[in-house]
Design a protein. Structure first.
Length: 165
């Protein structure tokens, strides 16, 4: 039931993002800044739209793995859970590519140091977003990636990375 609630919450938030200023939510990265948001765990870089096989191999055995038929692609979408975060993949040209990643607790942080439980002011100080979108999220884009930081009562309540497909 908890997975269904989370999925419905995410779908609701994504649907409400149409009115957000995602492209301008973060200042354009400088020439020295990365072209995409990347999450790093134990020196393993996890980039959206990347081949999932080397990442999954490097991370080791997940706590759980589920599969379901893809609605958008031919093949199976997979979700790998690693305790403090989960990764989703989509099938693409015979391989699985990373489509999303979300934090499940406060034991991991973004590259910039934001984690679940941090104050909203820290997000504003680090990312300098223009505004919260309709579902109380800062939606930040960089290249072909989107970083969504959800805020509840002035505190970071959820962090998600998504591929822009």
């Amino acid at each position: 039931m908890k997975k269904v609630t989370i999925l419905l919450f995410v779908l609701c938030c994504v649907a409400s993002l149409a009115g957000c200023k995602s492209a301008s939510a973060v200042p354009k990265p400088s020439a020295s800044a990365a072209d995409a948001f990347v999450f790093t765990y134990n020196d393993i870089s996890i980039a959206m739209n990347a081949d999932a096989a080397p990442v999954i191999d490097a991370l080791g055995e997940p706590k759980s793995c589920t599969e379901q038929a893809s609605c958008a692609f031919e093949g199976m979408e997979k979700t790998y859970s690693y305790g403090s975060f989960s990764i989703t993949t989509y099938p693409n040209d015979g391989k699985d590519c990373i489509s999303g990643l979300w934090f499940t607790d406060d034991q991991v942080a973004t590259e910039e140091g934001v984690r679940i439980g941090d104050p909203q002011s820290k997000v504003e100080q680090i990312y300098k977003p223009e505004e919260l979108c309709g579902c109380n999220a800062y939606i930040l884009t960089r290249g072909e990636t989107m970083l969504s930081i959800f805020v509840t009562d002035g505190v970071v309540s959820s962090i998600q990375y998504n591929a822009v497909l």
